[in-house]
Design a protein around this ligand. Structure first.
Ligand code: AHG
Ligand code: MN
Ligand code: MN
Length: 321
């Protein structure tokens, strides 16, 4: 089985700036994983603070953000960083050609109850190098991403990357402190039977979403269920399961969250690129996620992603006006 380094050697990328960035992400994720595995209850609680979006910030949100920012700010290729945990963008090396947007810890409300969480990264090139990053540099369409990564800290720790039109998964070997290529060339099944949505929102979502969820709940001629509902509440974990087994993840607009809950640039775009390279599909109900031009750095969007046939089935409800 190829190690992380051997894989990038085989792809002739081991001397590229992208590899150095991925290496920082890898090392950061190992440090975050260690803290999660140590399970010190003092680390796994709320910080008592709220972020600019009025959400509770967990201690580990801050710790993970600091670990990753520290690594990225030492990387000469990285010009600027956008993080869920920082209101403004963070400067890197003026001469660097790359920008990173990240959700350092996804699903953080699950930390204190020992449920999988993740980290998400979107990596893209800066248009003009030699100048400091500005917000405008991050307002790129998802299709312009060079590479996308998530790490799932689950029963095993898995690093999933979308690069050069392919998706690969690496599993962390804790003894060797190294990732190995365990899932080369991942393809999302074109159909599946898992639907993932927070049902607590169902009364305040668009009628098309209600229609699709009702369709998922239909029984077959033998009176058996046709679909199964699964919702962890950590996007990375919900998406990963659906990617491996076939399924659809939906976080629609709700009356509480009229623009949806998930952030376009550092949550939806990287997951959407991974979905695309693994032959699946994403949408906000009206438009492909990867075609959306963000207007602000922390912008939210409705998000539908998963097996092509399931996403198409849902989108058909929007077409049958
Ligand atoms: P984060 O912890 O980075 O703020 O993200 C949480 C997100 C996502 O992971 C999950 O799918 C969603 O919020 C859950 O929202 P609800 O609690 O509204 O279901
Ligand atoms: Mn998140
Ligand atoms: Mn987060």
């Amino acid at each position: 089985m190829l190690s992380f380094n051997q894989f990038f050697e085989s792809e002739k990328l081991n001397h590229s700036p992208i590899f150095n960035i991925l290496n920082d992400i890898k090392n950061g994720s190992i440090l975050i994983n260690n803290i999660l595995l140590n399970g010190n209850p003092n680390d796994l609680v709320s910080s008592g603070l709220k972020n600019i979006q009025e959400e509770n910030v967990q201690k580990l949100d801050i710790i993970a953000n600091n670990i990753l920012l520290d690594l990225f700010q030492k990387n000469e290729s990285i010009n600027g960083i956008l993080s869920e945990e920082n209101e403004n963008i963070i400067q890197g090396n003026k001469k660097g050609n790359y920008l990173i947007a990240m959700d350092p810890l996804d699903g953080s409300s699950n930390i204190s109850v020992n449920i999988p969480v993740g980290s998400i990264f979107s990596i893209f090139k800066k248009k003009n190098s030699g100048s400091s990053a500005i917000e405008e540099d991050f307002l790129k369409k998802g299709k312009d991403q060079e590479c996308a990564v998530y790490i799932l800290y689950g029963t095993a720790t898995i690093f999933v990357i979308a690069l050069n039109n392919k998706v690969h998964g690496f599993t962390l070997n804790l003894e060797k402190k190294e990732f190995y290529l365990t899932y080369p060339n991942i393809n999302i099944p074109e159909n599946g039977n898992i639907y993932s949505i927070n049902e607590g929102n169902i009364r305040s979502v668009e009628k098309e979403i209600k229609q699709y969820v009702n369709y998922c709940k239909k029984l077959n001629n033998n009176g058996k269920r046709t679909h199964t509902g699964r919702f962890i509440g950590s996007l990375v974990a919900d998406f990963h399961r659906n990617m491996m087994k076939g399924g659809i993840f939906i976080y629609p607009k709700t009356s509480d969250k009229p623009n949806g809950q998930l952030r376009l640039i550092y949550e939806c775009n990287p997951i959407a690129l991974i979905a695309k390279y693994a032959n699946a599909k994403s949408s906000d109900g009206a438009q492909n996620i990867l075609e959306k031009k963000p207007k602000t750095i922390h912008e939210r969007t409705a998000f539908i992603v998963g097996s092509i046939k399931m996403v198409d089935k849902l989108l058909n409800f929007y077409k049958n006006e």
